[in-house]
Design a protein around this ligand. Structure first.
Ligand code: HSE
Length: 301
């Protein structure tokens, strides 16, 4: 009856389009079969479409079309905790939601590869989608073949998200990135993203601040986020291991020792305030579980 899909953070600075992590923050989707589609939204994203332009319904209907199934309209109740267009994978929750609702309503058992193929029609990079489906810290490889590896994320790291009160669409945030980069920048990122994985696995967290440095996307995207450099500095000064843009932004994420998380969040929020941007702080943990049904779907009202 009720589907829970986790928020996700991606990139971790140097791992552009490659690293994704599921978080203990969720959107919930409840489905009740009806004669026509309708949507109610509680929490975040109250301005999202409540008709058939709602992303969950669009994905569901596309899935029906691709698999030759007749559409079964439903009332969808969304209870959203994931802020929209902030770099926390809210669209991915809706895409994953639409696909899993399709699978459930039509009693199918799709492979992860099949589900991703559908999902890619709506978002063509895997780093939010894969952890939303399977949970955990995922090293993703795009392309035709489904290649990914899930690694344990360090339990002794808290993720502090400072979410500014303005939206930034992924489309806009991708449009400012250069399509071609010098070899030296590509090498810079490969070296650091490899180092980041090693620093997690060996618990050598002092390496993180070097490992999250990026030359592929953050330098361009940060121009769209007033106060980004000051917020980054405030996070480091307050004791964060590493600070970077969450996904496409504008949320800034700090990896923090659990005991320092409150101080780090407060310092970063204050840095945003100093440049006139209000924000909220979410102190989160990695979630090893991906999207899941909390009980059986209701077939009636
Ligand atoms: N890796 C993607 C990006 C995630 O940074 O554009 C956002 O959906």
């Amino acid at each position: 009856m009720k589907l829970r899909v986790p928020a996700t953070t991606t990139n971790f600075g140097s791992g552009f389009d490659a690293f994704g992590l599921a978080l203990n923050l969720y959107n919930f989707f409840e489905v009740f079969e009806k004669d026509a589609f309708s949507v109610e939204i509680e929490g975040e994203g109250k301005n999202l479409p409540k008709d058939e332009n709602n992303l969950v319904i669009k994905v569901y209907k596309t899935a029906c079309e691709r698999y030759g199934k007749s559409v079964k309209p439903f009332f969808l109740k969304q209870t959203n905790h994931v802020p929209t267009a902030r770099g926390l994978g809210s669209s991915a929750t809706a895409i994953v939601g639409g696909i899993l609702i399709f699978e459930k309503l039509h009693n199918l058992n799709l492979s992860l590869e099949d589900k991703l193929r559908l999902a890619f029609e709506f978002e063509n990079h895997p780093d939010n989608l894969l952890p939303a489906f399977v949970g955990g810290f995922v090293l993703c490889v795009g392309g035709d073949k489904l290649l990914f590896k899930k690694l344990p994320f360090p339990e002794d790291i808290t993720l502090v998200f400072v979410v500014p009160d303005f939206e930034l669409s992924t489309e806009k945030a991708r449009s400012v990135i250069k399509k071609e980069v010098p070899l030296s920048d590509a090498v810079f990122n490969i070296q650091r993203s490899s180092l980041l994985v090693a620093s997690f696995l060996t618990k050598d967290y002092d390496l993180i601040k070097f490992a999250v440095e990026d030359r592929l996307h953050q330098p361009y995207r940060s121009e769209l986020i007033r106060g980004f450099d000051e917020v980054l500095k405030a996070g480091y000064d307050a004791g964060a291991y590493g600070v970077f843009l969450s996904g496409a932004g504008p949320t800034v994420c700090a990896l923090s020792p659990p005991d320092e998380a409150d101080t780090v969040g407060k310092a970063m929020k204050e840095a945003f305030e100093k440049v006139g941007v209000s924000s909220k702080v979410l102190s989160l943990k990695a979630q090893e579980e991906g999207a899941k049904w909390l009980n059986t779907p209701s077939q009636g009202s």
